[in-house]
Design a protein around this ligand. Sequence first.
Ligand code: MN
Length: 206
Amino acid sequence: MPIYTLPDLPYDYSALEPYVSGKIMELHHDKHHAAYVKGANQALEQIHDAAESGNTGAANMLEKNLAFNLAGHKNHTVFWNNMTGTKDEEPLGELKAAIEDQFGSFEGFQRYFEAMCAGIQGSGWAVLAWDSLGEKLITLQMYDHQGNLPLTVFPLVLLDLWEHAYYLDYLNVRADYVKSWWHIVNWEDASKRFDEVRNINTVLAK
Ligand code: MN
């Protein structure tokens, strides 16, 4: 029985057009995300078998496969909900205030986030996250699906910067993809996540 399952998209493939095409959404969800779900389930099953049989020679490979695929599954699960067909939302309320506290203004945050996106070497993600220790918003450049992260930070908004996320629409011009993406960020979802993660037991989450 597989542990992880591919969630449905919360909207139609074409809901994010013209900023992200239906074709990309279809491939991205049905092929790429599905592969991470499959890979995470396989890795868990193989780790179980290795532990049971004592045949542990592949432990390093299995750990890499689990981290990569499970992170890929989690990131995309958040990412789909981070976007909406309701265009041109902006952060409101307490999330808006927290962004202004850390970055000076929403425009300042956007400027910094775009620079982070442009600078990611190879495949990765840009993340706005809640840090449970400092109780503050932080930004992260995530390498592949899982690298360059402190533990127990919670993503509020993340942006997939793998070429599979934009190449069909924007070719090599990643900056245009990022600029377009602002139009479809689901700040309501981010606010909901913001409210929920602040209630996580931070003693445990440290
Ligand atoms: Mn992706």
